[in-house]
Design a protein around this ligand. Structure first.
Ligand code: SAH
Ligand code: SF4
Ligand code: F3S
Length: 440
């Protein structure tokens, strides 16, 4: 049986897809990349912006043709869009070729859902919000031998007024540390050296567990696992970032010099309307503290333009923060109305104004990012060698702790090793350089 899992969303969505593939593999499936060759197709969707939803519906629509030629094909829609009743209703009424819809709460029941469909039962809809416990021990198919993504918590309690995530993924739930650490130990035994811990707000990890534990404490436990050489995490909400975390990062050899700290807006008025629960000044202070304590850190962020009520002056505030913090990189988004969120009922900003603001923000971000990358020129830093360079087989591609890419002469036997590299030439967003001898 041939299966195809298509992923539309963020890292957490990708990690979920890896579990769906794990279940399919355990049931004896092999994987294909062409929808026409697949007996089972799973679309793992994202609901964060209108555009993401349109793409998923476009792909879903196109599958009517493949199914016509291959009537035995079974098609499923899951992920964040499956958590919206407007989506499941639309699939129910307008996409009869879809055999099943299941939200993220029901991911672990996929084998049962698939069985129901294969044994001739009617179309399956597993979409209710399930506040129950977390399913553990679901197998996973990973795409990298060296790196693995581990969800440490699910859902979100923050209800930023623009955001659909708390509605489609439900309330925040932390996995037990024991389970997380066992999983990472197993990954390490399989040869994984870098772990990315995932959650919508990792800084509030552990708060709802029976035995309370902080995210910084969890990091320290992960560090004790010998074979793990690098630890990354995403995403940090500025309002919950503790001094304890900064301290633990600062003193760690394994926790990478990278922090993704979504700003969204630099205007205190807009931040308030977004329910972000920090001000412009608080964000600036936090960023300054982090840069002071960990000078070699790379700070990246998410910025949204066009939130209801945003004026050119508010955008000026955002640009002011971009310049003062000097972000190493930023994802910039145009605000997208999400039905059912509080911001959807607010007065929307005219499109031309949004685009003008967006262009200004993008320009500011590119400027600081370019400067930040260039500051590494001439330094010798350690890189984890990830692969042989795709274009030039005499080079290998490595990643610095701060996430910058460097290409340098080397061969496949270096893959998985962390080696010191002199950064010789900056090419915009990556470097070329040479490996140097360990200096101890
Ligand atoms: N939990 C993370 C964000 C996850 S979503 C956090 O709070 O930092 C990733 C990014 O998508 C957000 O940071 C935000 O910039 C953007 N985003 C979320 N909702 C959006 C919307 N309705 N329109 C446009 N961008 C949005
Ligand atoms: Fe959405 Fe805010 Fe939760 Fe992030 S913290 S997932 S932006 S509600
Ligand atoms: Fe991620 Fe999109 Fe869901 S960003 S949490 S897949 S809405």
């Amino acid at each position: 049986v041939r299966a195809l899992v298509d992923t539309f969303g963020c890292q957490q969505n990708v990690a979920d897809s890896q579990h769906i593939m794990g279940m399919l593999e355990a049931m004896g499936c092999e994987f294909v990349t062409e929808p026409t060759q697949a007996d089972i197709i799973v679309l793992n969707t994202c609901a964060i912006r209108e555009h993401a939803e349109q793409r998923a519906f476009g792909n879903l629509g196109a599958l009517t043709h493949t199914k016509r030629r291959h009537p035995e094909q079974k098609i499923f829609l899951c992920g964040c869009m499956a958590g919206e009743t407007k989506v499941s209703d639309r699939v129910k009424h307008s996409y009869p070729h879809v055999d099943g819809v299941f939200s993220t709460h029901h991911l672990w029941q996929f084998p049962q859902i698939l069985w129901n469909v294969l044994s001739g039962k009617k179309r399956q809809f597993f979409i209710e919000d399930e506040p129950g416990s977390i399913a553990e021990g679901i197998p996973q198919v990973r795409d990298s031998k060296l790196k693995a993504w581990v969800s440490i918590m699910y859902g979100c309690n923050n209800f930023c007024t623009y955001c659909i995530v708390p509605y489609v993924r439900g309330r925040e739930k932390s996995r037990r540390p024991k389970e997380i650490l066992q999983e990472i130990e197993k990954l390490a035994d399989d040869g994984v050296v870098e772990i990315m811990l995932l959650g919508q707000n990792v800084n509030s990890y552990g708060k709802n567990l029976e035995d309370e534990i902080s995210f910084a404490q969890l990091l320290q436990e992960v560090e004790k696992i010998d074979k793990i050489k690098r630890i990354r995490f995403m995403t940090s909400h500025p309002k919950d970032l503790s001094d304890e975390l900064i301290e633990v990062m600062k003193n760690s050899d394994k926790i990478c010099r990278h922090l993704h700290l979504p700003l969204q807006s630099g205007s205190t008025k807009i931040l308030k309307a977004m329910n972000r629960r920090y001000t412009k000044e608080q964000y600036l202070e936090l960023a300054a503290k982090i840069r002071r304590e960990i000078p070699d850190i790379s700070l990246t962020t998410d910025i949204m333009v066009g939130f209801p009520g945003e004026t050119a002056e508010d955008v000026d505030d955002t640009i002011d923060v971009i310049r003062k913090v000097g972000f190493d990189n930023a994802f910039t988004f145009i605000y997208s109305v999400r039905t059912g969120t509080p911001a959807a009922a607010m007065d929307q900003v005219p499109e031309e104004e949004v685009h003008a603001g967006f262009d200004r923000v993008l320009e500011a971000v590119q400027e600081t990012a370019r400067k930040q990358v260039a500051r590494l020129q001439g330094q010798t830093l350690t890189a984890l060698v990830e692969e042989v360079n795709e274009q030039d087989a005499s080079l290998v591609t490595g990643r610095l702790s701060n996430n910058t890419i460097v290409h340098f002469p080397g061969s496949a036997d270096l893959i998985g090793q962390i080696v010191p590299v002199k950064l010789e030439e900056c090419h915009g967003f990556y470097y070329t350089g040479h490996r140097v001898e360990e200096t101890k």
